[in-house]
Design a protein around this ligand. Structure first.
Ligand code: KG4
Ligand code: ZN
Length: 355
């Protein structure tokens, strides 16, 4: 089966072609057109501007995705998959309407996909740089799993009993982890997206063994008995610390680097503690991560070390290029929902769709 998948949930326009044969899958193309440069100067994503960019980009991205998959002349696609939520409402509608037009033109069914499930099933996509085709059978042997989805819009702990069967155990009560990185980076004048900018400052800080300045930030809700998170207090703590420093200190490399190292560590500490607690409480086999924040090297490393040292859980992370938004993850998710195609007129957007 060959699926053409579309994701326009936030600020990336992505179209992928994935092939599933004999229970193995292959990503034939996965084109992402980033709007990073456009939103950088505002320190966040503007939905109407993002929508306009999606409208400009979709046809070009489609052409590139088909060309890369070797089917520009005659697309051999069996179904169209599209993210219909959660995400930014105007952006989602742009992708959904594009999918409807394609489905009409090519006479193909549409499979609506939940973006969060996409981030989880990104774990099924092949690792970078190998021709390895992941087996769905091997994946299913590792369930049940606790999945931590951490992105710009979400921070959720989800119990996955099997593919398609999920329960949200906890989530953020205010800001998502990625949102916390984006907002604190903005306070520090580092631009958008904040996660990679903060990670870069942290790296520079770690490379300097001397000249340490220690900043202490809170680890919100780290010992709470539930599986919820809260990151807005962390952002406020950063703002207070920043405001009490002199203009000279605030602008210094030393301060920015020390602050970024502490912000990143505070977020990592909370995410690891709560995820391992959920995995123990629910006696699962595997801990699985997904979402843009999982592109963070330190987060991946510290999770891996903690799990290996203190537990027997298996550990799964998507390869880097499948952590941030991409349509390949929507394509593979659609495969598991291939029986749930809907009539074009019944496919609607739900910006707050729950898994
Ligand atoms: O999943 P994603 O691409 O889009 C959403 O669905 O929101 O996640 C984007 C988020 C942004 O908040 C960004 O700052 C964060 O992921 N991010 C990172 C890194 N790369 C992206 N956070 C920490 N470290 C990174 N390397
Ligand atoms: Zn996402």
């Amino acid at each position: 089966m060959i699926i053409l998948a579309i994701d326009t949930s936030c600020d990336d326009t992505s179209i992928a072609v994935v092939e599933i044969k004999n229970k193995k899958m292959k990503v034939l193309s996965n084109i992402i057109s980033s709007q990073e440069k456009i939103h950088k100067k505002y320190g966040g994503v503007y939905p109407t501007m993002a929508k306009r960019e999606h409208e400009k980009n979709l046809a070009l991205v489609l052409e590139k995705a088909l060309k890369k998959a070797g089917m520009l002349i005659k697309p051999k696609v069996n179904a169209i998959a599209v993210t219909n939520g959660p995400g930014l409402d105007p952006c989602l509608w742009t992708g959904v309407n594009f999918a409807k037009a394609l489905s009409y033109d090519w006479n193909l069914p549409i499979i609506p996909v939940n973006h969060i499930e996409g981030h989880i099933l990104a774990n099924l996509l092949p690792q970078i740089g190998s021709n390895f085709q992941f087996s769905i059978f091997n994946f299913q042997k590792n369930l049940p799993a606790i999945c931590l989805v951490v992105s710009g819009g979400h921070t959720q702990l989800i119990l996955m009993k099997k593919i398609g069967k999920y329960k949200i155990l906890g989530e953020t009560r205010d800001d998502a982890a990625g949102e916390c990185f984006d907002k604190t980076a903005r306070i520090l004048g580092l631009g958008y997206p904040g996660g990679p900018a903060i990670a870069e400052q942290d790296q520079q800080w770690k490379s300097k063994i001397n000249s340490k300045l220690k900043i202490n930030l809170p680890r919100p809700m780290i010992y709470s008995k539930d599986y919820d998170f809260s990151f807005s207090g962390l952002k406020t703590a950063v703002l207070y610390d920043y405001k009490k420093r002199s203009p000279k200190i605030r602008k210094s490399k030393k301060y920015i680097q020390a602050m970024c190292a502490e912000i990143q560590q505070a977020v990592i500490d909370v995410l690891i503690k709560k995820t391992i607690k959920a995995a123990k409480d629910y006696r699962v086999k595997t801990i699985m991560l997904g979402g843009g924040v999982v592109a963070n090297l330190e987060l991946r490393k510290q999770f891996q070390d903690k799990i290996q040292e203190h537990t027997n859980f298996k550990f799964h992370v998507p390869s880097f290029k499948f952590c941030t938004d991409n349509a390949a993850m929507i394509g593979i998710t659609a495969y598991f929902h291939r029986a749930e195609t809907k009539q074009r007129k019944n496919i609607i957007v739900d910006a707050n769709l729950r898994i």
